[in-house]
Design a protein around this ligand. Structure first.
Ligand code: DC
Length: 213
């Protein structure tokens, strides 16, 4: 009987396919899954709902400390404005400190966990036995977002989505607190020319090898 959780750390930019991959892997291995982006989004939404400023670190940190990971609702939190606000609160070190602590606790759930985000392999779980960095060109990611929105009958403009993704990448990769970057020992999976099934099989090969060793 394993007494230590097996952690799969997945990082990558917005719309790289890391969320779908993380969910598929968690379901395949029967592991617990946490989309850590939702934790930043939940802090942003709580601030917006209470009419509080998005740039007051002390208030945002207090909200982050009180966050209950069980109450995260993906449907409600996926709104575009919440994502924008989340990338602003995610630059605050005190907010990150509180959320990272909760994420690390979650990561210890037996028999194993899949966490996806921007700093899982570098900061949250640097000792995870499997680290994946999922990426794709900005154009491919914008096209995927565009198709998703069209499928939901939402108005979508490809160029606006592309600009928006580039802005989000810029903010996530160049902030001083835990910027998005691959851990030195992460496996890179570029999904630009790969469907989700192929990415899943590549990840599974790496995870099965780590589970055997
Ligand atoms: O992946 P997402 O769009 O739900 O993430 C929302 C914001 O939160 C995004 O701008 C980056 C930030 N984030 C982060 O800084 N660290 C994480 N581990 C996850 C998300």
């Amino acid at each position: 009987m394993q007494n230590k959780a097996f952690i799969i750390a997945i990082d990558g930019p917005a719309a790289s396919g890391k969320g779908t991959l993380a969910r598929n892997l968690a379901s395949h291995y029967n592991f617990h899954h946490l989309d850590t982006g939702l934790t930043y989004r939940a802090v942003a939404k709580a601030l917006i709902d209470q009419g509080l400023a998005l740039d007051d670190e002390a208030i945002a940190a207090r909200v982050a400390q009180e966050l209950d990971l069980k109450g995260l609702d993906r449907t409600v939190l996926s709104a575009h404005e919440i994502g924008e606000a989340a990338s602003k609160v995610a630059v605050m070190p005190e907010v990150r400190r509180a959320l990272v602590e909760a994420q690390r606790k979650f990561a210890e759930n037996l028999p194993g966990t899949v966490l996806d985000g921007r700093d899982i392999g570098t900061v949250v779980c640097p000792d995870a036995p499997v680290k994946l960095y999922i990426t794709a060109s900005a154009e491919v990611r914008a096209e995927r977002r565009f198709n998703e929105m069209r499928a939901k009958n939402t108005d979508a403009d490809y160029n606006e989505i592309l600009d928006d993704l580039k802005r989000r990448d810029e903010r996530d990769m160049n902030r001083s607190a835990s910027p998005l970057k691959p851990a030195s020992d992460a496996h890179l999976i570029d999904t630009s020319k790969m469907d989700i099934e192929a990415a899943f099989l590549e990840a599974k090969k790496l995870i099965d090898a780590a589970l055997r060793s």
